[in-house]
Write a protein that binds this ligand. Structure first.
Ligand SMILES: [Zn+2]
Length: 72
């Protein structure tokens, strides 16, 4: 396992104890998740895909040409 576990102060309940149980892994991309054993607050990385319109917009913004697979 390449992941890393640690505990932290929960941003929701701000319990003095580090009740936020966190986990992170950076392959194949940054994946994080955590949950608070005190209040139940939780977060995690989600995967999604841009819509065709959003993708076109981002390609334009970054100067990426999907036809040549190059940044111009
Ligand atoms: Zn909490």
């Amino acid at each position: 396992m390449s992941g890393h576990s640690y505990s932290n102060i929960c941003p929701e309940c701000e319990c003095e104890e580090e009740t936020l149980m966190c986990y992170c892994e950076n392959r194949p991309y940054d994946i994080v998740n955590g949950y608070c054993v005190n209040c139940g607050f939780a977060y995690y990385t989600t995967e999604e895909r841009l819509t065709k319109e959003e993708l076109k917009e981002q390609q334009k913004e970054h100067g990426y040409n999907p036809k040549t697979n190059k940044f111009e």
